[in-house]
Design a protein around this ligand. Structure first.
Ligand code: IMP
Length: 441
């Protein structure tokens, strides 16, 4: 049985902590999409690990797999592995041979296209990691895959085809002055060396076979989504989205396990008790204007600054139509509701229960982002809950949570018709009220 962990909102819901908590029961943790745009923070025994590519389970001695649906920047991969080794860990990381490789020109083009798009307010506020351009090349059948790094002849062929096009785009369309990022020989040497290291360290796998074999051997597998449902290229707020599918369906495509295997397992939606957004685009429940002080307070309490970019995140109230959309698109079997501690001490807590759109009340998200931007939230107001001692509450269990916080949680469970398996009341793993472990269903 697999357990898939998915973000239900706009990323940064605290998936890393949930993967860390429930991943304890897993032997293998596989990512199925995204790349080094996915900041995740794991706190182990007071030590904080900030990772952007390596699956967070690797800090706990699990096998971390980057599935074929991921885009892999080998430079980041080895930087993170080396940094973990310097801290005394021995991470076991495997990379799908079918995964696509982020090359330096992808990063350059990501930055330049964002600049150009910003003139028309179409920039997504990307992390600048080259994610979009790499998935573009994957779809355009001109990408370089991890398997190609292991075969110098193929690598050279791929680069000789793709790089002159990229150079022409950069110079002739954007007027740039191309450097080593667009030089076939320099790229060939650098990426062949990465391939050698991947092979020498025994990291390359056929992800689908590898995971299926581990399952056959009796091991348990967790599938870790990056970003969140509203950043999904199909189900999110296009074009202010990432270029992959964080939703649970892609857990199959992006690892090579069958949809039946993933579907027979559990799908846990991670929800933050409020909203945050690091990129651009509309956000109906955003705290702005008179509420800016409150946004600032939540931002500070919740540490709402991008893990990858350090950018301050925009903050809003919980958006139920967004969550209803996520629950349907992912088929959640359980929830993890995080950051309840951040809202403690507020007099009242609001949620966007529905939207008003053209005089109608609607309960899910419109399919176009422009229409979403036209939505006026219909708020429900809950009593705030007092500050509490997170470790004591986690140790005593659900009933120890302030009554008002329980009311809030039960509202979300009932609206989504899904039980909360875990409630996050602080950043550490021990600061979680665990109701149900999905591996023990
Ligand atoms: P990209 O994935 O770097 O192309 O960025 C596309 C959009 O996704 C931007 O709005 C980013 O801010 C957002 N994004 C990408 N990764 C994350 C993440 O891990 N957390 C939150 N937002 C993200």
């Amino acid at each position: 049985m697999t357990v898939t962990i998915v973000g239900s909102q706009l990323g940064d819901e605290g998936k890393g902590g949930v993967v860390d908590l429930f991943g304890d029961a897993a032997d293998v943790i596989a990512r199925y999409q995204g790349g080094d745009n996915a900041g995740h923070t794991v706190v182990v025994g007071g030590d904080e690990y900030k990772l952007s590519l390596v699956p967070s389970g690797a800090v706990r001695g699990k096998t971390g797999v980057l599935g074929n649906g991921c885009v892999v920047n080998p430079e980041t991969l080895f930087e993170e592995i080396d940094a973990l080794r310097e801290r005394g860990l021995d991470p076991d990381v495997r990379v799908a041979r079918r995964a696509h490789v982020i090359l330096p020109y992808h990063r350059v083009l990501d930055g330049i296209e964002e600049d150009v798009k910003s003139d028309a307010d179409l920039d997504a506020g990307t992390t600048g990691r080259g994610i979009g351009p790499t998935y573009e090349d994957k779809a355009g059948r001109r990408g370089v895959r991890v398997g190609d790094l292991l075969d110098p002849e193929v690598l050279r062929e791929r680069l000789e085809y793709a790089v002159p096009q990229k150079r022409a785009l950069y110079e002739d369309v954007y007027g740039g002055d191309a450097g080593e990022e667009f030089d076939v020989d320099a790229l060939f040497e650098q990426y062949r060396a990465y391939g050698e290291r991947i092979r020498n360290e025994g990291m390359d796998v056929n992800a689908g076979d590898y995971l299926a074999d581990r399952i056959d051997d009796g091991d348990t597998v967790m599938l870790e989504g990056a970003q969140g449902t509203s950043l999904d290229i199909d189900h999110g707020v296009y074009p202010y989205v990432t270029s992959s599918n964080p939703t649970a369906g892609y857990a199959a495509t992006g690892t090579g396990l069958g949809p039946t295997t993933v579907g027979q397992g559990e799908v846990v939606g991670v929800v933050k008790a409020y909203l945050s957004r690091v990129g651009t685009g509309p956000l109906p429940t955003e705290l702005t204007g008179d509420d800016e002080d409150l946004a600032e307070y939540i931002r500070e309490e919740g540490g709402e600054y991008g893990t990858v970019t350090g950018r301050p995140r925009r903050v809003g109230w919980l958006d139920l139509p967004m969550l209803r959309h996520a629950a349907r698109a992912n088929g959640f079997t359980g929830l993890a509701i995080n950051h309840l501690d951040v809202l403690a001490g507020l007099d009242e807590v609001k949620v966007g229960h529905a939207y008003e759109l053209d005089g109608d009340t609607i309960y899910s998200m419109p399919a176009t982002t422009e229409r979403w931007g036209d939505c006026e939230p219909v708020f429900r107001t809950f009593d705030g809950w007092p500050e509490f001692d997170p470790e004591a509450v986690a140790a005593e269990g659900y009933e120890a949570l302030p009554e008002q916080a329980r009311e809030y949680v039960e509202y979300v469970e009932s609206e989504l018709d899904t039980a909360a398996y875990a409630l996050g009341v602080g950043p550490g793993r021990e600061e979680t009220v665990v109701q149900q472990n999905p591996f023990e269903q």
